[in-house]
Design a binder for this molecule. Structure first.
Ligand code: SF4
Ligand code: SF4
Length: 472
């Protein structure tokens, strides 16, 4: 029985409700008066429920699709402006006791190189990431209580926050580790993590169980209820995601919105971010084995409808996607992207020899961080290395209320300029620096609040004189 307030996974992600939603969406895909009403509601920035969003996703009319894209662009512009926040993944360990069919770290893969970074190796990796200019990391590990216990993850977080190297600093560590206990989530919270990220992969229980034949992750309910345990432990920024291509995308699209509605109903705050990865080629993984692959057009539609359905949730896209695809979805709602990424365990300090491949997936966008920053500016986006909210205690419902009242832009815009300035001073190539300086000068007059504008100008001058780490 569908109940968004239930703590039981199969009740807040109720299969019958999803099937009925899909049938309702199919019936109404050309019901233009209804679609007009849904678009009007979305334009008020109140978001949409999963049924309304499913109708938009099902709609195929070219004229209405254009309206959906235009609204997604408008909402993106209103809530996020032209800023794009940068991050990089850091793989700590690829030991894994699970058997996920779509990931080369699965336990029975005997030819992939297994590695776990020592604390010294983590220092080398993080120094390399800082030398690129990164300030925000997403830690990635496989699940292995022996080779990658929680204490190792906690020690690694402490190591990362403690590294002082030139002007560099990792100011926010997000963590993507396996579903765990409330007690362990509490430890992560105490270690000062930013967002706890966990992908559901698919919300369809039957597919989930097929895709996860063994290991702790095979327990659908335990995995799906992980965000509840994280939030119970006090982690109020959580990041959801599905791996598109594993299952029917429409099903997972409805599922992720129901998950967001559940978190909102129970904890008063939905997910901080939603990630939209697609299955990629990797060591012994061939994406063609999964027959639910989605086209670039469908992918764009998913991003756009998510943007109008959950206008206050950040949306993340990684280097799984090519430059071309990333370019197409930036305007439609993406707020965070990775750049200069390595998806192997220990690939930043030193290139991994081919025979020691430990990568989780092949990267489509191989450009350096500087090239990505430069390209973003060519497209009119401000690359931002901002980490201010979490450090100012603006998390969970405090963060959401600022976003919903559209006050967060007063912080995001100047923070983007100041962190970009740091990047230009410390890491940028001459061409990127010139473009960035121009962008900063052009953007300053657009800061609406006079006091914030004045302080921003002062801080930019301080950064030019060697000071660092200003934030609103
Ligand atoms: S997806 Fe995660 S849990 Fe599954 S095999 Fe890969 S690393 Fe392990
Ligand atoms: S001010 Fe907050 S919401 Fe805005 S970019 Fe910085 S961390 Fe993100």
């Amino acid at each position: 029985m569908y109940n968004p307030k239930s703590k039981i996974a199969t009740e807040f992600i109720d299969d019958t409700e999803i099937q009925e939603t899909l049938a309702y969406a199919a019936e109404n895909k050309a019901n233009f008066p209804l679609i007009d009403q849904i678009l009007e509601k979305a334009a008020t920035l109140k978001g949409l429920n999963h049924r309304e969003a499913a109708v938009l996703l099902e709609c195929e009319d070219p004229g209405y699709l254009e309206k959906i894209y235009a609204l997604a662009r408008e909402i993106k512009e209103k809530n996020y402006g032209n800023r794009i926040v940068m991050f990089a993944p850091l793989y700590l360990s690829n030991y894994c006791v699970n058997e996920c069919r779509y990931c080369p770290y699965h336990h029975h893969n005997k030819h992939i190189a297994r590695k776990q970074l020592s604390q010294e190796e983590i220092v080398r990796e993080v120094v390399a990431l800082q030398d690129m200019g990164h300030k925000r990391l997403a830690l990635e590990t496989g699940e292995d209580p022996v080779n990658c216990p929680i204490d190792y993850v906690l020690e690694s977080i402490k190591t990362i926050y403690g590294i002082k190297h030139k002007n560099g600093a990792i100011r926010r560590v997000n963590v993507n580790i396996a579903a765990t206990t409330v007690e362990n989530y509490r430890k992560l919270k105490e270690a000062g993590i930013g967002t706890y990220i966990l992908f559901q992969e698919t919300y369809n229980k039957k597919s989930y169980e097929y895709l996860h034949p063994a290991g702790p992750k095979s327990n659908y309910n335990y995995h799906t209820e992980a965000m509840d345990r994280a939030m119970e432990a006090g982690i109020d920024d959580v990041g959801c995601g599905v791996l598109f291509g594993l299952n029917l995308y429409k099903y997972d699209f409805v599922g992720i919105l129901m998950h967001a509605e559940h978190l909102e109903a129970v904890f008063g705050v939905g997910p901080h971010t939603i990630s939209v990865p697609r299955v990629r080629t990797a060591d012994d993984i061939d994406p063609d084995e999964f027959n639910n692959a989605i086209s670039d057009e469908t992918f764009q539609k998913i991003v756009a409808v998510l943007r109008v359905a959950v206008p206050y949730t950040g949306m993340i896209i990684s280097t799984r996607e090519s430059k071309r695809t990333r370019e197409k979805v930036l305007d439609l709602g993406i707020s965070q992207i990775s750049g200069g990424s390595r998806t192997s365990v220990g690939g930043y300090a030193e290139e991994e020899p081919e025979e020691e491949n430990s990568a989780q997936f092949d990267i489509s966008d191989n450009r350096t961080l500087d090239q990505v920053v430069n390209w973003l500016m060519d497209l009119g986006h401000i690359p931002s290395f901002c980490t201010a909210c979490y450090r100012e205690g603006r998390t969970g419902d405090r963060f959401m209320s600022l976003v919903k009242s559209q006050q967060i832009g007063n912080c995001c815009q100047p923070n983007a300029l100041m962190t970009l300035k740091e990047y230009l001073m410390d890491y940028a190539s001459p061409d990127t620096r010139a473009k960035g300086e121009r962008m900063i000068q052009e953007t300053i007059p657009k800061i609406p609040n006079e006091k914030v504008r004045r302080l921003t100008v002062e801080h930019l001058a301080d950064i030019a004189n060697g000071k660092r780490d200003f934030r609103f």
